[in-house]
Write a protein that binds this ligand. Structure first.
Ligand code: FBP
Length: 344
């Protein structure tokens, strides 16, 4: 199949559907509606400075974090749009404590959508890139057992049928994979269409950038300090030291490293006893980006092993995350898992 640059995302999805003999159009319909929701969010993000949508709502979410108005808006747009698409049996959002049922008046389907409606919330007010992250699963239980079981949702990331993100930055870009390569589409605002701009993205095997919030180094154990020191140590052969880049929006840091190479790290730390395993969420942040990076030739680890093979225990579970260029993440994992001595 020739993925001609400039083709629309709809044409791309339909071509993929035609290539899949089992396809029923359900997934195409689901993805199409999610894209419409992202266009609405993109429009709101672009004019955020002009309308009263910046700042906090005064509420805190399940993660005990300040909820931003744009967070709530994005969460509502996705839920309201996706609940009547007729292809979902439930949803899970970073902003909502429990799983989101499909109201009885709407038809249901076999897919499960897990999403972070607006990632990088600390950057919303300061016009720094933010994004929406999503992962899609297919239910495994039988309908006789009801709309869905928790086991349908808590599947390891390797079971995702598709994953990706929208980044709302200097332009709005959608990057996604169904396991058939990783492709990027840029929103052409005046046409309102996502056009193929990054065909078959491959991440360099080794990068030149490391991204981590070094402000927390006092809360790191020796193994974590050894990892970061490794990327900061001079060594001509491995083009170290790497350059430091940290936007503070996971989607923005991930997207840059996906295109340029490098490693993003959010280690476990002792900063908050309630979050000993770090800040980032397995189901709505780590798993979707892990599927994208691995289909682009990279790797994602929690320091002990592949993120995509973790058996989830709960919807809002947090894990340490090391993600990006394969060789860089393997080195980080070697230090964290103890396979490589901290002074090695
Ligand atoms: P949100 O989804 O609540 O925005 O949290 C995630 C996040 O903002 C990531 O985008 C980013 O990588 C990280 O938190 C930044 O955390 P910190 O400010 O602790 O470095």
């Amino acid at each position: 199949m020739t993925k001609r640059v400039g083709i629309t995302i709809t044409e791309h999805i339909l071509t993929e559907q035609r290539e899949n003999p089992e396809a029923t159009g359900a997934f195409t319909h689901l993805l199409h509606e999610l894209i419409v929701a992202a266009k609405v969010i993109s429009r709101e993000v672009n004019k955020a400075g002009l309308v009263d949508i910046l700042g906090a709502t005064g509420d805190v979410n399940i993660q005990e974090e300040q909820v931003q108005k744009l967070d709530m808006f994005s969460n509502r747009v996705i839920i309201e749009r996706m609940q009547h698409v007729g292809q979902l049996c439930c949803m899970g959002s970073e902003e909502v404590a429990d799983l989101i049922d499909i109201p009885s008046q709407y038809p249901k389907g076999n897919y499960i959508l897990l999403f972070d409606p607006l990632d990088g919330s600390s950057n919303i007010d300061v016009n720094v890139s933010i994004g929406t992250i999503f992962g899609i699963y297919k239910r495994t239980s039988d309908w006789a057992d009801g709309d869905y079981l928790l086991s349908d949702v808590l599947q390891p990331g390797i079971k995702q049928v598709a994953a990706g993100y929208f980044i709302y930055g200097s332009s709005t870009i959608m990057v996604y994979t169904t396991g058939n390569g990783v492709h990027g589409f840029t929103l052409y605002p005046s046409v309102g269409e996502f056009l193929l701009s990054h065909k078959n993205i491959r991440i360099p095997e080794r990068g030149k950038i490391y991204s981590v919030n070094e402000g927390y180094s006092e809360y790191w154990d020796d193994k974590t300090k050894a990892v970061v020191n490794y990327f900061k140590t001079r060594d001509k052969e491995t083009s170290r030291p790497y350059s430091a880049r940290y936007v503070g929006s996971l989607v923005a840091d991930f997207h840059r490293n996906l295109l340029k190479g490098g490693i993003f790290m959010y280690p476990a730390d002792s900063k908050d006893p309630k979050k000993p395993t770090g800040k980032l969420r397995l189901m709505v942040e780590a798993n979707p980006l892990a599927m994208v990076v691995e289909h682009a030739g990279g790797y994602a680890s929690d320091g002990q092993g592949p993120v995509l093979e973790i058996e989830p225990q709960e919807l809002h579970q947090r894990i340490p995350l090391y993600i990006g260029s394969k060789k860089d993440v393997e080195i980080a994992e070697a230090f964290i898992s103890g396979k490589r001595p901290v002074d090695g």
